[in-house]
Design a protein around this ligand. Structure first.
Ligand SMILES: Cc1ncc(COP(=O)(O)O)c(C=O)c1O
Length: 381
C-alpha cells in the first residue's frame, strides 16, 4: 500500500476534472491569453478571466481584477512585502511565519532598514490578538500572519488580528497557503488588505499557480515589469489591474487546471471539505495520542486544525521515523523544519524539527488507520 500524507506541501491527488482540463487546454487551445485576438487566443483569455472570477467568487470579491495570479504563494508574498514596505517601516509578524515571509522581510531589513517584531504564539501555536496589539508602534505599517501554521496546522484568529490592524490604520497581509480551498474565507466580512494563496495545496490545482488579493486603493510596487498585451504603445508599465502585476505569458495550462479544481470545490462545497478534514483529522489526532512515546504538537481540538499534524517520537530522530514509514510501509510524510524555523522554537523542536503528516480531501479513513498502525509498529520495536 502507498499512502501520501504530505498535502501541506502539495496535494498529490487532484479531482479528475483537473487532469482533463489541463490536457484539454494543451491539446485544443494552447495559445497565449490576453494578447492575440484569433480564436485560440480568445479561448485562452476566457480561461484566465473565468478562473479569476471563480477565485473572486470563493473569496466574496466583487471586482476580480484585484486578484493577481502568480507562480505560487511565495511570489504573491514577495509582491506584497516588497511592494508595500518602504525605508524605515515597522512590521509585526507571528512566530509561525514560513520562510516565504521571513526571507523577503530579511532582505528588506538589509535593503530598506525595516524593523520586524515577532509576536510569540502559545504552546498550541495560537497567536493572542492582545499580544499582537501590544507590539504595534507608531511606525508600524503592516501585520503579517498565516491563516494556519504549516507546522502544527493551527488556525489563527485572523479576524480579530486584522480588525486590530484596521482600527490602527495598519495594513494586514494574510498567508492563506494552507487554508484557501479547505476553510471558508469571506472577504466581505474579514477586514483583510492583502491575501496570498497557493493553487496547488488545498485548492487542488496543479503546481505553478498562486495569487494575491490586493484590496481596492492599495498600489504595491510591481515585482516584475514587461509585456501585458495591453497599452502596448507605452514603454512604461500600465497602471490598470491586474495587468500592472501580471507581466509575461502566464501558466495558462495551470490556470485551466485550477479553474476545474474550483468547479469541483464549488460542487462539493467548502463546508463539506472542511467537515471531511475535521472527521478524518479527529481520527488521526486521537490515534496519534494513543501511540507509545509519540509527542503531538498543536491543538487537540480539530476546530482549530486544518489537518496538519506534527509529532516526534521520544529518543528517536524524526528523519529515522520518516524513512521507516516510507521504507517499511510506503507512507510518504515530511520531516524537518518545514521552512518555518521559529515555529519550532516555540514548540521546542528546533533544530531537529518534527515528523509532519498532512491530510487532504481525498485522504481516507483506511489510509489514516494504516498510518496509525504502521507508526505504532515502529514505536513498539
Ligand atoms: C504557510 C505557508 N506559506 C507559504 C508557503 C509557500 O507556498 P508555495 O509553495 O505556493 O510558494 C507555504 C508552502 O508550504 C506555506 O505552508
Amino acid at each position: 500500500m502507498e499512502v501520501y500524507l504530505d498535502t501541506a506541501a502539495t496535494s498529490i491527488k487532484k479531482p479528475d476534472c483537473v487532469y482533463k482540463a489541463i490536457d484539454n487546454f494543451m491539446r485544443t487551445i494552447g495559445a497565449s491569453p490576453g494578447r492575440s485576438v484569433h480564436k485560440q487566443g480568445i479561448r485562452a483569455s476566457r480561461i484566465v478571466t473565468d478562473v479569476r472570477d471563480k477565485i473572486a467568487g470563493l473569496l466574496g470579491i466583487n471586482n476580480s481584477s484585484h486578484l493577481i495570479f502568480t507562480l505560487n504563494c511565495t511570489e504573491a508574498l514577495n509582491l506584497a512585502i516588497k511592494g508595500i514596505l518602504k525605508q524605515g517601516d515597522h512590521v509585526v509578524v507571528t512566530s509561525l511565519e514560513h520562510n516565504s515571509v521571513m526571507r523577503p522581510l530579511s532582505a528588506m531589513i538589509e535593503e530598506r532598514d525595516i524593523t520586524v517584531t515577532r509576536v510569540r504564539s502559545d504552546a498550541d501555536s495560537i497567536t493572542d490578538p492582545d499580544d499582537l496589539r501590544n507590539c504595534l508602534r507608531p511606525e508600524t505599517v503592516l501585520i503579517i500572519m498565516p491563516h494556519a501554521s504549516n507546522v502544527t496546522g493551527t488556525i489563527q484568529p485572523i479576524e480579530e488580528c486584522c480588525r486590530i490592524a484596521r482600527k490602527h490604520g495598519i495594513l494586514s497581509l494574510v498567508d492563506a497557503a494552507q487554508t484557501l480551498g479547505c476553510v471558508s474565507i469571506d472577504l466581505t466580512r474579514l477586514p483583510i488588505d492583502l491575501l496570498a494563496f497557493s493553487g496547488h495545496k488545498c485548492l487542488m490545482g496543479p503546481q505553478g499557480v498562486g495569487g494575491l488579493y490586493i484590496r481596492k486603493g492599495l498600489c504595491p510596487v510591481p515585482l516584475k515589469y514587461g509585456g501585458t498585451g495591453s497599452a502596448s504603445s507605452e514603454e512604461i508599465q500600465p497602471d490598470i489591474l491586474p495587468d500592472k502585476y501580471e507581466s509575461g505569458t502566464p501558466n495558462t495550462p495551470g490556470l485551466a487546471g485550477l479553474s476545474a479544481a474550483l468547479d469541483f470545490i464549488a460542487a462539493e462545497t467548502i463546508e463539506k471539505i472542511r467537515q471531511s478534514i475535521f472527521e478524518i483529522g479527529k481520527i488521526f489526532r486521537d490515534g496519534l495520542e494513543t501511540i507509545k512515546d509519540v509527542v503531538v504538537y498543536g491543538p487537540r481540538d480539530m476546530r482549530f486544525n486544518v489537518g496538519i499534524f506534527s509529532f516526534t517520537v521520544k529518543r528517536r530522530d524524526p528523519a529515522e521515523i520518516a524513512s521507516e514509514l516510507e521504507d517499511r510501509f510506503g507512507i510518504m510524510i515530511r520531516v524537518g523544519l518545514h521552512c518555518a524555523p521559529s515555529a519550532h522554537k516555540i514548540i521546542g523542536t528546533f533544530p531537529e524539527g518534527t515528523v509532519r503528516a498532512s491530510i487532504g480531501y481525498f485522504t481516507t479513513k483506511e489510509e489514516v488507520e494504516y498510518f496509525l498502525k504502521s507508526l505504532a509498529e515502529i514505536c513498539n520495536d
